[in-house]
Ligand binder design. Structure first.
Ligand SMILES: Nc1ncnc2c1ncn2[C@@H]1O[C@H](COP(=O)(O)OP(=O)(O)OP(=O)(O)O)[C@@H](O)[C@H]1O
Length: 348
């Protein structure tokens, strides 16, 4: 499929600080990318650089057939990019209709009216077209921001945390609606989020930004199943970490021995075993864990367990485990790792 966006070797320097470094990214036409990463890693800066609000220091950005090199000064309005800011940034003194028409004022009045009416209908805003932003709910304001961004018929839509101000009850519904709308336009989009559930519901692809560089991209399922590094697994909270000690061809953890086909020459002190909650089970045996905390969730009880022997070099404080069985805080239990269902990472 034809890429709508290709970023090569992109670096951004702000006030002498390297904020983005050698970013490589590509997005196929019609694909939706979820951009995730720890706070301050450069997500908003990356969106702003693609949109043309921040200048790149090095590298290139291609949006469809527009090529932007360092110093080539292509202004935001010539990049064919629509931006939806976290607070929607609607004009408070303009009506819904006027907000939507804002970016298309250079078009003939008849064309403006046609596009506004089309978008009002598509986003179920026709009845609200004369209202002002403060007379709308958060979800309605978001729809106006989307309509305003789509009015200019961009090739690429950039959304900075589009769902963070939306009531949790409405969020899923809105994500599903917006996704099918974007798909019906074959519109490519990049959205920033802190929430991994949003990536699964809304994105075709995920990119993980860490300290200004992209460290993994791929289909969400593939990244969650095969995180490329300790940082990816840790940021996405894919599972719990267990310290290890190797003896011959075996690895020992506070939950017992696991067979290991992945042994390297790396010292034990730098490697950790990633274990997903679903690969742990309760067994009838001598207790090795104590229940520290219980939360009731839709997936059953979520337990945080600590190892019983606190003084052992392999002890742990936070092991995430789900079960339908009700345990009590302070209860001692035996937990077993389901054979081979773990991954080993070098902690960096
Ligand atoms: N105009 C600027 N001048 C100097 N430094 C900046 C500027 N804008 C952002 N930064 C710095 O760049 C880094 C990345 O900021 P950015 O807002 O892109 O991160 P983010 O990943 O979007 O963070 P968050 O998830 O908290 O919103 C931060 O350290 C921030 O302080």
């Amino acid at each position: 499929m034809k890429p709508i966006l290709t970023i090569k070797n992109l670096s951004v320097l702000l006030q002498d600080k390297l904020i983005l470094q050698d970013v490589e990214l590509s997005l196929a036409e019609g694909d939706i990318l979820g951009l995730v990463g720890p706070s301050g890693c450069g997500k908003t800066t990356l969106l702003n650089t693609i949109a043309g609000f921040v200048e790149q220091s090095r590298g290139e950005i291609c949006i469809d057939d527009i090529h932007i090199g360092a110093g080539s000064h292509v202004p935001p309005e010539r990049r064919q990019v629509g931006v939806i800011f976290q607070d929607y940034a609607l004009f408070p003194h303009k009506t819904v209709g006027q907000n939507i028409a804002f970016g298309i004022q250079k078009l003939k009045k008849s064309e403006q009216d046609y596009r506004v009416a089309e978008l009002l209908k598509l986003l179920a805003l026709t009845e609200l077209s004369e209202r002002f932003p403060h007379q709308l709910s958060g979800g309605q304001q978001q729809r106006v921001a989307i309509a305003r961004a789509l009015a200019v018929r961009p090739k690429l839509l950039l959304l900075d945390e589009p769902f963070s101000n939306i009531d949790a009850r409405l969020r899923d519904e809105l994500m599903i609606e917006l996704r099918s709308l974007l798909k019906s336009f074959n519109m490519s989009a990049i959205f920033v989020t802190h929430n991994k559930d949003e990536v699964f519901t809304f994105a075709d692809k995920i990119a993980l930004l860490h300290q200004g560089s992209i460290i993994q991209t791929g289909a969400p399922k593939a990244v969650f199943e095969q995180p490329a590094s300790w940082q990816v697994a840790d940021f996405l909270q894919i599972g719990s970490w267990l310290k290890v000690k190797s003896v011959g061809n075996s690895l020992f953890t506070a939950l017992g021995e696991v067979n290991c086909e992945q042994l390297t020459d790396t010292p034990d002190s730098s490697i950790e075993l990633l274990i997903k909650p679903k690969y742990l089970k309760l067994i009838e045996a001598e207790a090795n864990c104590i229940v520290k905390h219980i939360t009731f969730t839709e997936q059953g009880y979520h337990y945080i367990l600590a190892s019983l022997d606190k003084h052992c070099a392999l002890s742990f404080e936070r092991l995430s485990f789900y079960s339908e069985q009700l345990l009590a805080v302070g209860e001692k239990v035996a937990i077993h790792i389901i054979a081979h269902q773990y991954q080993i990472f070098v902690r960096e």
